[in-house]
Write a protein that binds this ligand. Structure first.
Ligand code: FMN
Length: 304
């Protein structure tokens, strides 16, 4: 029997394929298109203390080999998530990881506490790519001290595995990665979207109402892969790689450079069953290359 399970800070998942937050709704929306039990884990849309309407449209624009989004973290809020979105998963035996965010450290702590008391949440992923309103709007994830502070606060608020999700919008991502690991993160995931802009030359206005947005999709993959490789060499906790993964081959690249698991984001908008195809493709590769344990593939990158 081939081993495909991996361990993420004490959470064992049966294969390394997860959904990326914000690209798979709350999970149940995708049930008509694929068997959710094929997934290693579902990571749901980012949750905040109170419901949020998000930004005004247009908030998505397609760009070459990618998309720019400024959804603005629209979500139902943590309480409605627990009462309405979580129960269907009690019958489907896959781990649900809640992605969380806030405007203050206290917000993050409170959301983490509430989710920790809910049956059926297997882990927390902290989206630190959010502006801290108390610190003049500096993104938590671009400052090592703020990244430490928010991760440490969540760590003390929960016994669930904590994954810190890193932003690529920094000069050296390994500095932030080390900071969140020092603060107690059980794993790190990267990358969130790259900040971008798209202009309508007919009107000379931005395509997005928010002006800037986050770039995702195949266009970001080489950047994401480079950052995952750098971080995997810098920290001793599991690294979860994402950014532009469309196929099993893309996923394998991330595993080879050191990612213990991967997430699939933008690909879900093109093919709602993309994750299931990626699980199958990884299995085929392991079989064709006679690899009995996926652990032997992870980090097997050769540079000479
Ligand atoms: C429409 C959309 C919504 C997103 N919402 C969230 C979110 O709520 N929380 C979060 O941490 N990341 C969010 N992301 C970022 C993705 O989870 C992922 O980090 C990024 O898109 C890169 O992966 P990809 O190229 O496979 O899409 C969102 C991305 C998109 C495209």
């Amino acid at each position: 029997m081939r081993k495909t399970h991996v361990d993420i800070g004490g959470l064992t998942i049966k294969n390394p394929v997860m959904t990326a937050s914000g690209t798979f709704g709350y999970g149940e929306e995708y049930a008509p298109y694929m068997d959710l039990r094929r997934l290693g884990a579902v990571i749901v849309k980012g949750l905040s203390l109170k419901p949020q309407p998000g930004n005004y449209p247009p908030r998505i624009i397609e760009t070459p080999s990618g998309m720019l989004n400024a959804i603005g973290l629209e979500n139902v809020g943590v309480e409605r998530f627990i009462t309405e979105k979580l129960p269907p998963f009690r019958d489907i035996d896959i781990p649900v990881i809640a992605n969380i965010f806030g405007e203050t450290v206290e917000d993050y702590m409170r959301v983490a506490e509430i989710l920790s008391g809910a049956a059926g949440v297997s882990g927390l992923e902290i989206n630190i790519s959010c502006p801290n309103i108390k610190r003049g709007g500096i993104d938590f994830g671009t400052d090592p001290d703020l990244a430490y502070e928010v991760t440490h606060a969540v760590r003390t608020a929960t016994n669930l595995p904590v994954i810190a999700k890193l932003t690529p919008n920094v000069t050296d991502v390994t500095v932030i990665a080390r900071s969140v690991v020092d603060a107690g993160a059980d794993a790190v995931s990267l990358i969130n979207t790259l900040k971008g802009l798209s202009v309508d030359i007919a009107t000379r206005t931005p395509h997005l109402r928010n002006i800037t947005g986050g770039l995702s999709g195949p266009a970001v993959k080489p950047v994401a892969l480079r950052m995952v490789w750098e971080v995997a060499r810098s920290v001793s906790v599991p690294v979860i790689g994402l950014g532009g993964i469309m196929t099993a081959e893309d996923a394998l690249e991330f595993l080879i450079v050191g990612a213990t698991a991967i997430q699939v984001g933008t690909a879900n908008f093109i093919d709602p069953a993309a994750t299931a195809n990626i699980v199958d493709g990884i299995d085929r590769y392991l079989e064709e290359h006679d690899i009995d344990d996926i652990a032997d593939l992870i980090g097997s990158f050769r540079t000479a």
